[in-house]
Ligand binder design. Structure first.
Ligand code: SF4
Length: 353
């Protein structure tokens, strides 16, 4: 099985075929990556000499934030060797410390580029690192801290992984790596996945991305990659977003008002009328359904095809019947049997206060 680097977990999640498509291809260098390497060396050494003006400012901001978080603010910490790997995952976090008072691990990841990053909570790279600490260092609680340059104003986010979250992270990472190792893993082009892919545009390794690039080039309205908005544009986009959100709220209130008017006076607004609401039908007695169905329509297998099991409800019923909280055991058992599929939804937009 080929290992996945934590920094490539998100790519493998979006495009499972990217792992094998890139296998053996050389790393591509670009000026942003080279500047990122210099920045990381400076952060590790604690010496910003040789960085350009933007990165020097960023260096001091990141260092100040580290102090504020409490890394060296009185806690007894020990630095952990950063390179870790297990049988399917490899990762080298920028910095890891363990608070010797409580055994809690703190992982730091510094992003000096301009690209917007998913928050610490949603970040697959950090999730991979957290899981490696659990596997390799027996961590039972991990905080991941993301420091991201993102243009002019750094963005910071933190997420906590409890023992339960760490076990779930492992299930998710293992599933991504398993799918990526399948010989017929699909290659699915997208701006996010292809952005840093070494197989992009390589007709032997990834014909799909070649088609995609040609198709995008033909459509002048859609540039091949999403361009980073300029500072002025970013301000306008933010205003537009907030205005749109306000508009949505007013629109919902207006529709509720209009519905009431039409209920009361059906013919009062020319061109508008009420459409009946959706009729919801719900089965209320599963045992009765099972008995009727089994005798008249289908066998046990047929019945199971109609059943959807909710994980929270399953945990609740198990707790009711055993008197014990078995959430972790249930998830581990289901994962071991291969009947728990963990998927992460699309990120949503959050406003910063
Ligand atoms: S270029 Fe895109 S589609 Fe092709 S393997 Fe890489 S990530 Fe997948």
């Amino acid at each position: 099985m080929k290992k996945v680097h934590c920094s490539k977990l998100r790519q493998a999640q979006l495009c499972p075929g990217s792992l094998l498509a890139q296998d053996g291809l050389p790393e591509q260098s670009n000026p942003e990556a080279a500047a990122g390497t210099r920045f990381h060396e400076a952060m590790a050494k604690g010496d910003p000499a040789g960085l350009d003006e933007r990165l020097t400012t960023l260096y001091h901001e990141f260092k100040a934030k580290e102090l504020q978080i409490g890394d060296t603010g009185g806690a007894t910490v020990t630095r952990i060797e950063t390179k870790h790997e297990n049988e399917y995952l490899v990762g080298t976090p920028d910095k890891v410390v363990m608070d010797t008072r409580d055994g809690v691990f703190h992982i730091y990841d510094w992003k000096s580029g301009f690209a917007e990053q998913p928050s610490a909570e949603q970040n697959m790279q950090l999730r991979g690192y957290a899981y490696l600490m659990f596997r390799e260092q027996a961590a039972t609680e991990v905080f991941v801290n993301l420091f991201s340059a993102e243009g002019t104003k750094p963005v910071y986010s933190t997420a906590r992984y409890s023992l339960h979250n760490l076990a779930l992270a492992g299930i998710q990472c293992r599933e991504i790596v398993r799918k990526a190792n399948a010989p017929d893993a699909p290659r699915i082009p997208s701006d996010e996945a292809c952005q840093w892919c070494r197989a992009r545009g390589n007709p032997t390794r990834c014909p799909e991305s070649c088609k995609e690039i040609k198709a995008l080039a033909k459509t002048s309205k859609h540039p091949a990659t999403l361009r980073k908005p300029t500072k002025a544009m970013a301000k306008r986009i933010e205003k537009l977003y907030l205005a749109g959100k306000e508009g949505e709220k007013s629109w919902a209130k207006f529709k509720a008002y209009l519905r009431e008017v039409l209920k009361e006076h059906p013919d009062s607004i020319p061109g508008l009328t009420l459409k009946p609401g959706r009729m919801d039908r719900k089965l209320t007695d599963p045992e009765a359904v099972y008995n009727i169905g089994l005798h008249e329509w289908f066998e046990r297998e047929g019945f199971l095809e109609c059943v959807t099991i909710s994980l929270p409800k399953l945990k609740m019923v198990a707790r009711k019947h055993t008197g014990k909280k078995l959430d972790i055991q249930i998830e581990e058992r289901l994962a071991a049997e291969g009947c728990l599929d963990v998927k992460q939804g699309e990120p949503s937009i959050r406003e910063e206060k």
